[in-house]
Design a protein around this ligand. Structure first.
Ligand code: 4HQ
Length: 248
């Protein structure tokens, strides 16, 4: 099951390093994912290769023109008519672990990255299937948002994380934040690793980790905790946390 991402952008070079390092780099080498960039400027027909223009009605900034984007989309779509087109924008549906899991079932996504004040509305009306936001803040362009989406979706493709790890095992899947992690040395400048982790008592370690995950989540993300199915054991641990006053 190989997944393909075609990215339409004015800055294709932005994609070379971030996606070719480490885990995604290996996934590309192994043919699990394919990421192709398409420069929208290559689809202009005028001598100066103009991709933007002033907004109708006046106002500041520039708007990306519809024709070069339309031609770029049609060129990619001619090779694969069923590909879905996603436009990255703060006005889109918030990206979440659930949305990433749903997108990984698509064999081919086309990601459209806007610059300036965004794209001419007719691009959205005529070509875009889905609009997605990576969060409530403003970026200088959709490129970083597209990379975030590619990264989050790729983790769900079997084999990308290696054979014995799955994205489903990761923290957000069980909707709790991760427990604290430690590695050597045991004592760093007087700050020591919790004794239970070196006890060799695996069931005590599991309970400690679950409790710390609950503590963190109740402290930092009570909204997540409210959505979690808590076991009787979880409720008991939360009780302990709230009663012990060290829940800060
Ligand atoms: N932008 N999530 C404006 C974003 C963004 C986001 C992309 C900036 C689109 C025109 N995209 N351009 N947040 O801030 O996806």
């Amino acid at each position: 099951m190989r997944m393909r991402f075609d990215v339409l952008t004015l800055f294709p070079d932005m994609f070379s390093s971030p996606l070719r390092e480490s885990i995604l780099g290996k996934a590309i080498q192994r043919g699990l994912i394919q990421i192709r960039t398409i420069n929208i400027r290559d689809f202009t027909l005028d001598k100066h290769q103009v991709v933007d223009d002033a907004p109708y009605g006046g106002g500041q900034g520039m708007v990306m023109k519809v024709e070069p984007i339309a031609r770029a989309i049609e060129s990619v779509k001619s090779q694969n008519p069923s590909a879905r087109i996603i436009y990255l924008t703060p006005q889109g549906k918030p990206l979440s672990q659930d949305l990433a899991r749903r997108l990984c079932t698509q064999p081919h996504l086309i990601l459209l990255c806007g610059r300036y004040e965004g794209v001419d509305e007719r691009v959205r009306e005529l070509f875009v299937d889905e609009e997605i936001s990576i969060g409530d803040y403003v970026l200088t362009g959709g490129e970083l948002a597209a990379m975030v989406l590619i990264d989050a979706v790729s983790r769900f493709i079997p084999g990308v994380l290696g054979c014995d790890r799955s994205a489903e095992e990761d923290s957000f899947f069980n909707s709790l934040l991760e427990f604290p992690q430690y590695t050597r040395p045991f004592n760093f400048r007087g700050s020591c690793v919790p004794e239970v982790l070196v006890s060799g008592n695996h069931s005590a370690i599991s309970v400690w980790r679950r409790k710390e995950a609950l503590r963190r989540t109740s402290l930092r993300r009570p909204d997540l905790l409210a959505k979690t199915n808590l076991s009787e054991e979880d409720k008991r641990l939360l009780e302990e946390i709230l009663n012990s006053r060290d829940h800060c």
